[in-house]
Design a protein around this ligand. Structure first.
Ligand code: SF4
Length: 299
């Protein structure tokens, strides 16, 4: 009897009630709705639970937001505290949570429960205070909000190859051309350096994409840094264009210049004055023939 009286007294202590509620909210990383919180605090009267929540909200230890479907959820408040109204803090928190992906107006309305007018007014105020900014996502008319000092991620800007939300095809063509020229010069160099060794010509003509990235950086072809990932996207286009080819280890090399004429037409033997004397293993043979080596190297 005495024990149950002590327990009753402990669980109706406002500070302990608050701590109990806070611990449950802290354990729920995605937040917790009111029904779940009620079922996890069976020892609390409705009024005691509500007092604990109100106190946690007032001291900004937790924040309330509206999940899709209108369910209210309580979460630990990890938002930076700003000088502003309660509405501004809620909207700022939602935008902060979206990080570099940004959040669009419908999600802000659903998450905050504010009506259109309140939301517009709050966003205007946050923009005026230079706490948030808008970004137009590439390929859409959708306007996203992100924190003022945050750089939007590639899904919003489109990355290096987009300029003012437009695909910069001139830049892409320039980079494809630079990659092709660099690979061609390496292929030519490989042939010049190994005139009698087709295998070496082939091997030395392959280059790692990192070499091209380094060349582009050193020559300052771009004003912005080009990541290896961006370069790989350019090389993929060049492979589809047929200007370069890639082998299984990721190295690439320039394809021979395109010709609509079959290479067989240019085989040197067709105009060779000693073709009658040329036999494998003879003094005049395809193995020792420089014309044949040059022709094979061009394939
Ligand atoms: S391999 Fe060389 S030498 Fe022999 S027929 Fe062809 S071009 Fe002439």
């Amino acid at each position: 009897m005495m024990n149950s009286a002590i327990v009753k007294q402990e669980i109706t202590n406002p500070a302990e009630n608050e701590m109990q509620v806070l611990q449950i909210i802290q354990a729920a990383l995605e937040g917790i709705d009111m029904d779940a919180l009620t079922s996890m605090t069976p020892g609390l009267e409705q009024s005691s639970r509500q007092d604990a929540i109100n106190s946690l909200l007032a001291t900004k230890k937790v924040a309330i937001s509206q999940a899709p479907g209108g369910v209210l959820r309580l979460k630990v408040n990890t938002s930076e505290q700003i000088a502003g109204t309660e509405e501004e803090q809620v909207i700022y928190g939602l935008i902060e949570e979206s990080k570099t992906r940004g959040i669009w107006i419908k999600e802000l309305r659903d998450g905050s429960g504010l009506n259109q007018l309140q939301l517009k007014k709050t966003l205007k105020s946050l923009e005026t205070k230079k706490l948030v900014k808008t970004i137009k996502a590439v390929g859409t008319t959708r306007k996203c909000y992100i924190l003022f000092n945050m750089e939007p991620d590639m899904s919003l800007t489109g990355g290096t190859f987009y300029s003012d939300q437009q695909l910069d095809s001139e830049l892409i063509n320039t980079l494809i051309s630079v990659c092709g020229s660099y690979a061609s010069s390496r292929r030519k160099h490989a042939i010049d350096e190994n005139p009698n060794n087709i295998q070496m010509q082939r091997e030395a003509s392959y280059i790692r994409p990192q070499e091209i990235a380094q060349f582009i950086t050193e020559k300052r072809v771009l004003n912005v840094p080009l990541s290896l990932e961006d370069l790989e996207r350019i090389l993929e286009v060049a492979v589809l264009d047929g200007t370069i080819e890639r082998r299984a280890d990721g190295k690439i090399r320039a394809c021979p210049p395109r010709s609509c004429i079959s290479p067989l037409v240019s085989v040197p033997c067709s105009v060779c004055p000693v073709v009658e004397d040329c036999r494998p293993g003879y003094v005049i043979s395809p193995q020792s023939c420089q014309y044949m080596k040059n022709w094979l190297a061009e394939l």
